[in-house]
Design a protein around this ligand. Structure first.
Ligand SMILES: [Zn+2]
Ligand SMILES: [Zn+2]
Length: 150
């Protein structure tokens, strides 16, 4: 496990601690992340032992947004918290914590963008990094039944 870092939702009811083993984040431009965030989701990958809720666990609400994952938010402020893998398998319980909830987002390197072909043309991150299209993501990670969302 890596450096300890604190984070919180917009209103501060939910606070947590992350110990990321990899100081990177990824952006997802899939349709669900776009609707969820209003733009795109940027997440820090944390294994189950690397994420601990400190306060406000009872304010966390989640939606089973697909058969293999849930998306969670604070019910006091509506602030997005994380995407978590719920499907059985080696990635079960992995949390993709919203980068912006952490106290020091600048500590992370931008590793990749997925669902790049779903990104609206009206915005783009500066610079370049590895990307994956929807088809590439589905082929690598997702259930064959799912076609349009992560
Ligand atoms: Zn809140
Ligand atoms: Zn997504």
């Amino acid at each position: 496990m890596g450096t300890e870092m604190k984070g919180q939702c917009m209103c501060g009811a939910v606070t947590f601690e992350a110990r990321p083993s990899k100081m990177t984040f990824d952006a997802c431009h899939c349709g669900m992340c776009r609707a969820w965030t209003g733009s795109m989701f940027t997440g820090v990958h944390l294994t189950p032992g690397e994420f601990t809720v400190l306060t406000g666990a009872d304010r966390i609400r989640s939606l089973a947004s697909s058969e293999w994952a849930e998306r969670a938010w604070c019910d006091a402020c509506g602030g997005n918290l994380y995407y978590r893998v719920t499907a059985e398998g080696p990635n079960q319980g992995d949390t993709h914590l919203a980068l912006g909830t952490l106290e020091n987002p600048d500590a992370f390197d931008f590793e990749s963008e997925i669902f790049i072909d779903r990104k609206p043309g009206c915005f783009a991150f500066e610079g370049s990094r590895p990307t994956m299209t929807e088809a590439e993501v589905v082929a690598q990670f997702a259930s064959p039944a799912e076609e349009t969302t992560q």
